[in-house]
Design a protein around this ligand. Sequence first.
Ligand code: MLT
Length: 323
Amino acid sequence: MKRLVLAAVLTAATGLTGALAQTYPTRQITMVVPFAAGGPTDTIARILAEGMRQALGQTVIIENTTGAAGSIGVGRVARAAPDGYTIGIGHWSTHVVNAAVYPLQYDVLNDFEPISLVANNPQLVVSKNDVPAKDLKELIAWIKANGDKVTQGTAGAGSASHIAGIYFQKLTGTTFRFIPYRGAGPVMQDMLAGHIDLNFDQAANSLPQVRAGQIRAYAVTAKTRLAVAPDIPTVDEAGVPGFYIAVWHGLWAPKKTPKAVMDKLVAATRAALANPLVQKRLADLGQEIPALDQQTPEALRAHHKAELEKWVPLIKAANIKLE
Ligand code: MLT
């Protein structure tokens, strides 16, 4: 008798989940951004959210849950109900580097359902305008002459900007101090105010300020120049060959989010990435949109897994200390 009742309850529950998945979404969806508002990840998320709203017929609101180089916001998504109403954006450092640096309470690969890769952008080597250097070689000489008086703002220990700073120090034999913030947005505010000397910052964050002449760019951390900023040399051209860093962004849902709901989230993400206005806004920010065959849960999972295998041993060997 008990078994019959249990079977009936389970069938009802599965039926209900099925029905719920069919009618999904019936209310607004929350996209968790693990960094402060105004930064590159927040900017990309807001552009995507607008495109997804059109495809899903429901508002996608942005919730900035920050701290510990994004690991707090990512944890919020890992613990969220797997019902499709909470999803999260993240990137190379939140879903790869943090796994090597922080004692995380979740598994960055297996506690999430991958939705899609959404954007990829290299970093720019930038400084506040009154740093007396006109190219990367002069910047390195200036840093060497000023040592620990020089400050680099980071989005937290283990963030993409922090890892890039450590890598740059190793490649150039320089030292400077790391000042942690809750995101690249607040770093930019303090650089504009002259409180921070330099950063290795995602193009999405720095390009608008470079174009406005508010900060100076010395190089792009890629093999080729940015189509939207052909005047900025590559690190190879500027004198730090091989200093390549690309920050890829992806979208995830909590583990066990039903397949029917995932299918709608994947379709909405692809629709957003195919939207000409979304494409233009991301391209203007130096974002590379992944090819169609890369806009799948399988492609994100495969890329994520390969990046973990490549970077985690390297970062552990670098023995990065949390501030
Ligand atoms: C941000 O949005 O603040 C960045 O993604 C942080 C970072 O560069 O790691």
